[in-house]
Design a protein around this ligand. Structure first.
Ligand code: BES
Ligand code: MN
Ligand code: ZN
Length: 514
């Protein structure tokens, strides 16, 4: 889809369809909608007065202008309550508009919020483009064309129309950012949507390597089993033992020119390409969803893709421990004790708590970079879904400034986080009789306690730098409440948040020496 910004008057532009945003309960349209309403002899006010269009979030109405305007059609899109208006509302409205008329090849739209809505033009344009691109997203790789009940909208061109010439530059900047970010989110969705058979650890690594070849300033190194052994990364090796596919540790590095040798931000993503639970086998219902257990990996790789495209001035390294968790004669067994990357020994009381084992090794590996901050993203616990549902990722960490930056980035990006505590007392949950730590809290007959925090506490044992952990088990797939997310499948959660976070960190960091 081609995206451009046009300076002009909505009543004068020639286009297939002109999209106008309407707040809930509007009686007299103002701004661009008001001008179009007058040109149409009050057609819009008529629809509003009769209640045919109410401006509810995601509501759309397409009608022909019959020669009264150079625009051939008008597409009204609801912005929801004026008091709750935000960049997120713009994303949703844009997604609704992009899906309103599947046959349209061109849509010209007012940038909702950049006028009377009170948003900064750049952010509004970014949100609009993100919403339109992400709303149009479909994963259709394994389906033949035809008989598609939800085909990709035809939309080939999206034009952002602005009357005020002074705003055009900011809109162009925002639109370009939105395009780069949404493209990376789509890339991450594609990756996470791949079934387990198509994306074993080696293939996940190959995708990261292909990404590095496409972008300047990017390098990808992949540690094979032998190298993992040499590093002593027994968590990754242990989980991988039940699978016929060998594990990998993917190191994707983005270093902008002049930033060589700078202390990086390290992003760690859980890359379990399929999680059966291992010998602690999961129930059969819904086990197919465990193909998304590498959504954290998809998010951190996607974020690096966007950061490179935007040439963000910050050195960033994505670390992805990639494994498949299956039961087999060689698999880890409950009660096994394994050595971790830092020499600690872990009693594996539950082979289904595999994410923390591989992440712990990656977090140990991250120490060599003397990172300024490390953020890990992982579909880590069902308990986090119990706590927060699909509306926010669980946030944990050991550094107040980093946590505050993440909360702010979440606010701007619309990818919500909710902080949960890391009370010292939770450390008890991890105490093992036979080893330094145990990996799982669920004991025989015991009620599960603080499951998401226990996972985070386990990870905390392995970090030696400012660190935050995002449990994205709920937000990573099957989110039905966002109009720009497909109801089923990967959301790409984390890419937008991480891009926003790293941009913030890059603004507050001192520029490189030399
Ligand atoms: N990948 C799962 C967590 C998960 C569950 C993600 C549902 C998305 C949806 C993780 O590896 C897991 O199995 N966690 C266990 C931890 C427990 C054994 C301590 C869980 O949540 O039950
Ligand atoms: Mn598991
Ligand atoms: Zn898992």
């Amino acid at each position: 889809m081609e995206i451009r910004v046009l300076q002009g008057d909505v009543t004068e532009i020639e286009t297939e369809a002109l999209c106008l945003g309407i707040f809930r309960g509007t009686r007299e349209p103002g701004g661009a909608a008001g001008a179009v309403d007058r040109a149409l002899g009050g057609a819009i006010s008529d629809l509003l007065r009769s209640g045919e269009f109410r401006g509810r979030r995601g509501e759309t109405l397409l009608f022909p202008t019959l020669g009264k305007l150079p625009a051939r059609r008008v597409l009204l899109v609801g912005l929801g309550e004026r008091e709750r208006f935000s960049a997120e509302a713009v994303r949703e409205a844009a997604a609704a508009a992009a899906n309103a008329a599947l046959h349209l090849s061109e849509l010209s739209t007012v940038v909702h919020g950049a006028g009377i809505g009170g948003l900064a033009p750049e952010g509004a344009a970014q949100a609009l483009v993100e919403g339109a691109i992400l709303g149009r997203y479909r994963f259709r790789k394994y389906r033949r064309d035809g008989e598609d009940e939800a085909p990709t909208p035809k939309l080939e061109r999206l034009q952002l129309v602005e009357f005020d010439a002074a705003k055009v530059e900011a809109l162009e900047r925002g639109a370009a950012r939105g395009e780069a970010v949404a493209e990376a989110v789509g890339w991450a969705r594609d990756l996470a949507n791949e079934p387990g058979n198509a994306l074993p650890p080696e293939e996940l690594a190959a995708r990261a390597q292909a990404l590095a070849r496409e972008h300047g300033a990017m390098r990808c190194e992949v540690l094979t089993e032998r190298e993992l052994e040499a590093e002593g990364l027994g968590g990754i090796l242990g989980v991988a033992r039940g699978s016929a596919r060998p594990p990998r540790l993917i190191v994707l590095e983005y270093t902008p020119p002049g930033f060589e040798g700078e202390s990086p931000v390290v992003l760690v993503g859980k890359g379990v390409t399929f999680d059966s639970g291992g010998i602690s086998l999961k129930a059969r219902e819904g086990m197919d969803a465990m193909k998304y257990d590498m959504a954290g990996a998809a998010a951190v790789l996607g974020a690096v893709k966007a950061l490179a495209a935007l040439e963000v001035p910050m050195r960033v390294i994505a670390l992805v421990p990639a494994v498949e968790n299956l039961p087999d004669g060689n698999a880890l067994k409950p009660g096994d004790v394994i050595p971790m990357g830092d020499g600690k020994r872990v009693e594996v009381t539950n082979t289904d708590a595999e994410g923390r084992l591989i992440l712990a090794d990656a977090l140990v590996y991250a120490r060599r970079y003397a990172p300024r901050a490390v953020v890990d993203l992982a579909t880590l616990t069902g308990a986090c879904i119990v706590a927060l549902g699909k509306e926010a990722a669980g946030l944990f960490g050991n550094d107040a400034a980093l946590l505050a930056a993440i909360r702010e980035a979440a606010e701007t990006s619309g990818e919500r986080v909710w902080e949960l505590p890391l009370y010292e007392e939770y450390r008890e949950l991890l105490r093992s009789e036979v080893a330094d730590l145990k990996n799982s809290v669920l004991g025989r007959g015991a009620l599960p306690q603080a499951g998401a925090a226990a996972g985070a506490m386990f990870l905390r044992e392995f970090v030696e730098y400012p660190w935050a952990h995002l449990d994205i088990a709920g937000t990573a797939f099957d989110v039905e409440t966002r109009l720009y997310c497909p109801k089923k499948g990967a959301t790409g959660y984390g890419v937008r948040l991480l891009v926003e976070l790293i941009e913030r960190l890059s603004r507050s960091a001192s520029p490189p020496k030399g």
